[in-house]
Design a binder for this molecule. Structure first.
Ligand SMILES: Nc1ncnc2c1ncn2[C@@H]1O[C@H](COP(=O)(O)OP(=O)(O)OP(=O)(O)O)[C@@H](O)[C@H]1O
Ligand SMILES: Cc1ncc(CO)c(N)n1
Length: 506
């Protein structure tokens, strides 16, 4: 491709760093919702590598700030220098500064390092109404504004920086934003968080021609929630990160605004604190599965069926030895028929498997089924009076497996296959265990059969089948996972019905 063709594809956007290195210079909120704790989460959630130089320690939770400690400013200098001596900082977000000595130190560092992106959140008063900047430091903060590329005041802070009354409507807020932007020569992000009403817009304001127009407004709906602790911190650090990643403020706000709206909307999930709780920075990740998660979900779904299985006359009779011989024969004969169909379904899983290891695993399983089938005929059904016809449950179960196989989805097929391994291994282990507990009498009429349940090779194959299915679920789409749970639960119900079939149809 020629370079002109390239610039035709990307006429406006300079894609910058894939993972920008973003520094937050801010205060600590031990409850994790605001300050550097919020910044680090916000930076990570928006694709950056987060760093933090701490200006001040607060004692606060979701109900308010009760104390502030500003460590000696020399220590902040050491933190800042340690970072910039070693690391290229792609973007900086500045939050709580505490007092004028801290502001002077940050000003010195900015002058020396000149980071490419500087976002200043002029934190003065917390959501709870507590002061986070000494009153005597307000003039110093005003003088720091021109060193930032983007300033993100809330409406009370915007008014205070201008020395005007607080705006109570959006038009007035935008006018104030223009005055501040003109005075500081940079871009102001005017935030609608403190407005009344159903809408909650934000706007980028620049009077120097830096934006596509003087005011770029991104509309938004107000989320009905008390959990707005740290929204300002989260927004400003997200903007620093997105600017470094995407190259311009407008693109940054277009991705950050809906992200923050969703973080507010999903904040209740966190259930943190009795006051104004934090937002859910990682809401986008909550649907992703970690290894083992899906196996746990399947296991939970199987519990009702397992309980039903243990309650069956067939299982109790097998355990006690009181099971009718004819029912046992029916069960064995149906098992042989079932295994033939199951073998074909495992062969299909082998054909769909994404790796040779899994292909081999299911192919071995398929072969094993046929071996067990002929073993049933040779050793167990030999000499017994059994019909060679598939009973209704056997037929329905195999049809269910065939349908999963016909779906063409490997994860769905595995979910349908799994209960035959898992529930059988589980029930078999319980029965064998019960047999040993009761003294392992050789007189037990089904002693020999109960001993087959102690097969460690089958237990090992079951563990592997669970792992493979769990991994397939991780790679599957949400819709496929829903289909997996359906297929899995369906097979669990057939496992129960299969043990109950001798009583009904034998
Ligand atoms: N209820 C809400 N619904 C949707 N967006 C909101 C809501 N409250 C705040 N926001 C958004 O959150 C961001 C921060 O706005 P806000 O004006 O609340 O800042 P702030 O007062 O500095 O925040 P903080 O609570 O951290 O001090 C803005 O993008 C704003 O639009
Ligand atoms: C440390 C800290 N910074 C900023 C804010 C503003 O929300 C806060 N509450 N705490």
């Amino acid at each position: 491709m020629t370079s002109s063709a390239h610039s035709a594809v990307y006429p406006l956007k300079a894609i910058q760093r894939p993972v920008p290195r973003v520094l937050s210079i801010a205060g600590s909120d031990p409850s994790g919702g605001a300050g550097i704790q919020a910044d680090l989460k916000s930076i990570a959630a928006n694709g950056g590598y987060g760093m933090a130089a701490i200006t001040a320690l607060t004692v606060q939770n979701t109900q308010g700030v009760t104390a502030v400690h500003v460590p000696p400013v020399e220590f902040l200098r050491q933190q800042l220098d340690a970072i910039s001596d070693d690391i290229t900082v792609d973007a900086v977000k500045i939050g709580m500064l505490g007092d004028a000595t801290v502001i002077a130190e940050v000003r010195r560092w900015l002058g020396e390092v000149r980071p490419a992106v500087v976002v200043l959140d002029p934190v003065m008063i917390a959501t709870s109404g507590d002061r986070l900047l000494a009153e005597s430091a307000e003039a110093a903060l005003r003088q720091l504004l021109p060193l930032a590329d983007l300033v993100t005041p809330n409406l009370p802070e915007l008014a205070m920086l201008l020395g005007e009354p607080e705006a109570s409507d959006w038009t007035t807020a935008l006018e104030q934003g223009k005055r501040l932007a003109a005075a500081c020569g940079n871009t102001v992000l005017v935030k609608g968080g403190h407005l009344q009403g159903a809408s909650c817009p934000d706007a980028l304001v620049n009077t120097g021609g830096l934006l596509s127009q003087d005011v770029v407004e991104i509309p938004g709906l107000r989320v009905e929630t008390r959990n707005s602790h740290g929204t300002g911190c989260s927004l400003s650090s997200a903007m620093a990160t997105a600017k470094a990643r995407l190259g311009d403020w407008e693109s940054a706000l277009r991705v950050v605004k809906p992200w923050l709206q969703e973080a507010l909307a999903q904040s209740a999930v966190l259930d943190v604190g009795k006051g104004n709780g934090p937002v859910h920075h990682f809401h986008a990740y909550q649907h992703s599965l970690r290894p083992g998660d899906f196996a746990v979900r399947m296991w939970e779904a199987a519990q009702t069926e397992l309980a039903a299985i243990y309650g069956l006359d067939f299982i109790q009779g097998l355990q006690s030895g009181g099971l009718d011989e004819g029912q046992f024969t029916y069960y064995l004969a149906q098992d042989a028929l079932y295994l033939n169909g199951y073998s074909r379904v495992l062969a299909r899983a082998s054909a769909l498997a994404p790796s040779e290891a899994e292909q081999l695993f299911w192919a071995r399983g398929s072969q094993m089924c046929l071996e067990v089938e002929s073993e049933l005929h040779r050793n167990w059904l030999n000499g017994r009076q059994a019909s060679g016809e598939r009973g209704p449950v056997t037929k329905a179960y195999v049809d269910h497996l065939m349908a999963a196989s016909a779906s063409g989805s490997y994860p769905v097929l595995l979910a349908a296959i799994l209960p035959c391994y898992w529930l059988y291994a589980e029930v078999g282990q319980q029965l064998h265990h019960g047999y040993l507990e009761s003294g392992a009498s050789a007189e037990h009429p089904y002693a020999e059969w109960l001993r087959t349940y102690a097969d460690e090779e089958f237990a090992e194959a079951t563990r592997k089948a669970i792992d493979i299915t769990d991994a397939a679920a991780q790679a599957a789409s949400p819709a496929e996972r829903t289909a997996m749970m359906e297929a899995f639960s369906g097979s669990c119900r057939y496992e129960t019905a299969f043990f109950d079939a001798p009583r009904l149809h034998g």
